[in-house]
Design a protein around this ligand. Structure first.
Ligand SMILES: Cc1cc2nc3c(=O)[nH]c(=O)nc-3n(C[C@H](O)[C@H](O)[C@H](O)COP(=O)(O)OP(=O)(O)OC[C@H]3O[C@@H](n4cnc5c(N)ncnc54)[C@H](O)[C@@H]3O)c2cc1C
Length: 467
């Protein structure tokens, strides 16, 4: 007797960043082919690579040069196990660029060049560190020794002094309280920890101080002495792999996601002609930032208002005026060994509240993230804005509640939990950690597990190597 195949489930995925595309890939590749996946994106192109920019040459012939990934989407051993496994599975090559960070303090007006007070090389590839111009040998030696002491003290604390968390001690300890508790000197915090860490979180120093200490401590522990990488050739390679044969609707802004009986209704507006439509699905997966979740999914409206977000700007330009001297000095003194990739200076310039980073890309373009000093408008090539999801003590508790299904029936609170009504959340912010690409992989895998779908890159299918 012929067996009747169960009806395939219709799944809508909203958003085509890393989280949406990875989740779509997993469900489409379900070995039992149980899911019909449709992806919605409000932009006119898939978003994982949409902010990146291809530089044209400057001789007017319009030849394409290099692809600049925006954001850079760096990752590291120790923290990004899911991401690395996926890249290896797809044969995406990645390398460890030799970044040279020059740290300097900006004047109040931020219009002048700033002299670096310290120069640090990624993975300590340049030892001893370069001595900044104008700093006497004695002054520099004192600075290096002081820095080493503070750094090893902070690292030891990360391993041996656990931050307070709601689950362990009933209260959530923000980073600023933790740094006070471990008595990390203010000079080190202001001049080293905040500039370097806020360039990872791309937010103001104050916002970073409000992060749960456990996030930063866990990140430090897991990436201690580990290598950092970027994708070779651009993140568009990842997007291409994830979106092969994908069915998607571009220019489609989802306006509401609602439970209707046992189904989930997705309503959207066509961004070109303004026409509104809706469709019913068995499952809906929201791969969008929390502000968008709050706007389109009523049960999470008030909870999402407590998840902080900010807007981050990245500018590709050729205004070298703010870094000319510092750049010249670095290029004269950095080690340029045959056979090794050229170092890439990143100028990190801080004022009392924030740090801007100016990355000298090998293609002779500058990429400024979180600009503080004005950039000559004539020299701007490309500007993008991102919504950056941040962390706070209260948002950590809300997010953990949404994703930890631990309550027994009668203890279950009123707050919506992941999967209720067949609506799911994925994204860089949908896990208990820093808002990074690994959160996309972890949350996508969580949905896959809940729907009983295998994650392809955990099944021992690795097909290539990394560089
Ligand atoms: C400046 C900056 C630098 C960063 N650097 C790094 C880094 O080096 N390493 C790292 O690991 N992480 C980094 N991150 C974090 C990382 O990039 C993000 O965590 C990750 O890209 C989030 O992906 P996502 O899929 O969750 O969401 P997103 O990439 O935000 O995707 C959401 C998608 O939903 C779409 N959308 C929104 N609303 C709607 C709607 N109503 N209808 C339809 N579609 C909608 C959007 O257009 C977008 O495509 C950085 C972030 C920023 C801002």
């Amino acid at each position: 007797m012929a067996t009747i195949e169960p009806r395939r489930k219709y799944v809508a995925i909203i958003g085509t960043g890393m989280a949406g595309l990875v989740t779509a890939y997993m469900l489409r590749n379900d070995t039992r082919r149980r899911f019909e996946v449709e992806v919605f994106e409000k932009q006119d192109k898939l978003s994982l690579d949409s902010a990146s920019h291809t530089l044209s040459d400057q001789n007017g012939r319009g030849e394409k040069l290099e692809r600049l990934d925006l954001p850079m989407r760096a990752f590291a051993d120790g923290y990004y196990e899911g991401l690395k496994r996926m890249y290896d599975y797809f044969g995406i090559e990645y390398g460890s660029p030799r970044f040279v960070y020059s740290l300097s303090a900006l004047s109040d007006t931020a219009t002048k060049q700033a002299s670096p007070y310290y120069i640090h090389s990624s993975n300590n590839h340049q030892m001893p560190p370069l001595r900044p111009e104008g700093l006497s040998r004695a002054r520099w030696l004192v600075e290096v020794c002081y820095l080493a002491m503070c750094y090893y003290w902070f690292t030891a604390c990360c391993f041996f002094v656990t931050p307070k968390t709601a689950e362990l001690s009933g209260e959530e300890e923000p980073l600023r309280w933790y740094l006070e508790r471990i008595r990390l000197p203010g000079y080190y915090v202001k001049n080293y920890l905040l500039p370097l860490m806020s360039s990872v979180t791309t937010c103001s120093h104050d916002a970073l101080m409000d992060f749960p200490a456990i996030d930063v401590v866990d990140y430090e522990r897991r990436t201690f002495r580990k290598k950092h990488y970027t994708v070779l050739g651009g993140v568009h390679r990842v997007q291409k792999k994830l979106s092969e044969d994908l069915t998607y609707r571009l220019g489609t802004k989802v306006t509401a996601v609602e439970n209707v009986g046992t189904k989930v209704q997705v309503s959207w507006t066509d961004t070109h002609n303004g026409q509104s439509s809706w469709e019913l699905f068995d499952h809906v997966i929201l791969g969008v930032t929390p502000d968008v979740v709050g706007a389109i999914f009523q049960p999470l409206q008030s909870a999402m208002a407590a998840v902080p977000t900010t807007t981050v700007q990245s500018v590709v330009h050729r205004d070298f005026s703010k870094i000319l001297d510092s750049s010249k000095y670095l290029w004269t003194h950095m080690s340029l060994n045959a056979g090794e990739s050229a170092p890439q200076p990143i100028h990190m310039r801080s004022n009392a509240t924030a740090t801007e980073s100016i990355h000298e890309h090998p293609s002779f373009a500058l990429i400024t993230t979180c600009p503080i000093a004005p950039i000559d408008p004539e020299k701007i090539v490309h500007t993008v804005r991102f919504t950056r999801v941040l962390r706070s003590s209260s948002s950590r508790q809300i997010i953990n509640h949404i994703f930890n299904r631990t309550q027994s029936g009668d203890e279950k609170s009123q707050l919506w939990q992941n999967g209720d009504g067949n609506v799911w959340l994925v994204g860089g912010w949908c896990w208990d950690g820093m808002v990074m690409l690994e959160g996309c992989l972890a949350s996508a895998a969580r949905v896959a597990h809940a729907l009983d779908v295998e994650v392809p890159w955990t099944e021992g299918n690795d097909s290539s190597t990394s560089s």
